[in-house]
Design a binder for this molecule. Structure first.
Ligand SMILES: [Zn+2]
Length: 305
């Protein structure tokens, strides 16, 4: 028997050895981080513009293997007033990419007692497959409300009509899979899309704002209630982005702009002291940002458990 964090499908009740959800209260608003699983990705696409010696030293300092490591994949559920808002939808299923440990979101929402039919709004930080894939799994659309609102930047929908992959540095197979997933999502959910230009208040205290960079319509979600604040930064911030915000991530369609967005958001987070959650930060990803000399530092919260 191995002690892997996998489910035991034959049993009911608590299924997993490690929990896959973590709840935080932001004033009157409930925020629940739900893990979609992990994505094993080659290290060379993260920080591909870095000096190779510095790159190897960073991996070594973080106790990470030199060739590939698991990226977390976090989605968030926000409850504000009468609305239940799902922010991003996980990878879904793409057997061609061989990523069987991701794509757990739908199952894990159910395990958390969150019925798909109770979701009133979806907010997409962008239309990469690991953010929209859960919505295009067979049978999911039928379980969602027909009047579901899906909020996404107009620039994002436009971008995926004819996406530019000339500045990315992705593993083979990814560009085609990303194109196909975005296309299928846009076709399946066209009538549910509620696009915005720069900013949109999805619910009281829940505001989505376009940053661009990672993709032209990449957006972040700010949650505020009482004195509490939290930002879901999507793909603007990665584990390596604190010490080396100038390192490019191979999934960025405009890596120079993505680096500028990253620095701007990290400065804002350090200044306000608010909580940060990001898609690919280690689960549950809830933490603060500090400034340490000429770089940033991630300070995870103590689990309130
Ligand atoms: Zn992405």
């Amino acid at each position: 028997m191995t002690l892997q964090n996998t489910s035991h499908p034959a049993k009911s009740g608590p299924e997993e050895l490690v929990p896959s959800r973590y709840a935080v209260k932001i004033g009157e608003i409930d925020v629940i981080v739900v893990s979609d699983g992990v994505l094993p990705l080659p290290t060379k696409m993260l920080g591909y513009n870095a000096d190779p010696t510095e790159h190897a030293a960073w991996l070594n300092d973080m106790f990470l293997p030199p060739d590939a490591f698991d990226w977390a994949l976090n989605a968030v559920v926000v409850r504000s007033g009468e609305q239940t808002i799902l922010i991003d939808a996980g990878l879904g299923l793409d057997p061609a990419l061989n990523l069987p440990r991701a794509g757990q979101l739908i199952k894990r929402l159910e395990a958390a007692g969150i019925d798909l039919g109770s979701v009133t709004d979806v907010v997409l930080t962008h239309m990469h497959m690991d953010h929209v894939g859960g919505l295009i799994v067979d049978g999911v659309k039928e379980r969602l409300r027909p009047d579901l609102r899906i909020h996404v930047a107009a620039a994002e929908v436009k971008f995926w009509e004819s996406p530019d992959f000339t500045h990315v540095n992705m593993p083979p197979g990814f560009p085609d899979a990303l194109r196909a997933a975005a296309k299928r999502f846009a076709e399946d959910y066209r009538s549910n899309l509620r696009t915005f230009e720069d900013e949109h208040e999805v619910a009281p205290g829940v505001v989505v704002s376009r940053t661009g960079g990672h993709t032209p319509g990449h957006s972040v979600v700010r949650v505020a209630s009482g004195k509490d604040r939290l930002m879901f930064a999507g793909n603007a911030v990665f584990a390596v982005g604190f010490e080396h915000p100038e390192w490019y991530n191979g999934f960025e369609h405009d890596p120079e702009e993505a680096a500028r967005v990253r620095v701007r958001l990290l400065r804002e987070l350090a200044e306000t002291g608010e909580l940060l959650v990001a898609t690919h930060m280690p689960f549950p990803s809830v933490g603060h940002v500090a400034v340490d000399g000429d770089h940033f530092r991630w300070v995870p919260v103590f689990w309130d458990y």
